[in-house]
Design a binder for this molecule. Structure first.
Ligand SMILES: N[C@@H](CCC(=O)N[C@@H](CS)C(=O)NCC(=O)O)C(=O)O
Length: 224
């Protein structure tokens, strides 16, 4: 039994990811920060690429039809924040992404949720397609509105909590969420110059080796 457990634990995890997906990007960053090796399995979520998140096989792994999904320890997990928490709890000897101080941990979670609940779901592909195709709205204007609102709040909060990074001088889950969100903001035409603290932290993070490894350009399915 012990032998089976150690075999499962030693098998490399598989990350189902799309290079541009911000939620997948968060998990890639945490795997890199924690030094966890994994196999990359591309899932093309675009219509032209087959919308593979809707395939029968993938839907069994993540019934929300979203990337990422992580196959790890013989189990499958969806939702990037749940995955990151699982990695933090099951790999206690690896680098922590949640601050140990309860107040700072709550602040890190507050920043995380601004992006995870307050911005990303509103700029997600399925939502934007519905806004444009069915409701005949302007997807860019819609996305910009929620990105600016969330990033304004994020900027205000980090004025108090920041050091080199969002929470003091240690990289945390807030930074992990921020980096892909900055990419999405610029993609939708939001100028980061409006958010000087976010921009400065983004610039400090992007040079770190773990952030280079997790970057969209470093992924096997990257397309310019
Ligand atoms: N809350 C989820 C969000 C996952 C999510 O929205 N993934 C996007 C890419 S970032 C996706 O798969 N979109 C496909 C679609 O909208 O059809 C998480 O954190 O994992």
């Amino acid at each position: 039994m012990e032998e089976v457990a150690s075999k499962v634990l030693s098998t490399k995890p598989t990350l189902f990811s799309y290079f541009r997906s911000s939620a997948s990007w968060r998990v890639r960053l945490v795997l890199a920060l924690k030094g966890i090796e994994f196999t990359y399995q591309a899932v093309n979520i675009t219509k032209d690429g087959g919308a593979q998140q809707y395939s029968e096989d993938y839907a069994k792994m993540n019934p929300m039809n979203r990337v990422p999904a992580l196959f790890i320890d013989g189990k499958c997990l969806g939702e990037s924040i749940a995955i990151i928490e699982y990695l933090e709890e099951t790999r206690p000897d690896t680098r922590k992404v949640f601050p140990s101080d309860p107040y700072l941990r709550a602040k890190a979670r507050q920043l995380t949720e601004i992006i995870n609940s307050g911005i990303q779901p509103l700029q997600n592909l399925e939502v934007l397609n519905k806004i444009e195709d069915e409701l005949k709205g302007d997807r860019k204007e819609w996305a910009q509105h929620f990105i600016k609102k969330g990033m304004n709040a994020f900027e205000e909060i980090i004025k108090e909590t920041r050091g080199k990074y969002c929470i003091g001088d240690e990289v945390s889950i807030a930074d992990v969420c921020l980096i892909p969100q900055c990419f999405a903001a610029e993609r939708f035409g939001v100028d980061l110059a409006t958010f000087p603290n976010i921009k400065e932290i983004r610039d400090s993070l992007t040079g770190l080796p773990e952030f280079i490894a997790g970057d969209l350009k470093s992924q096997p399915d990257y397309v310019a």
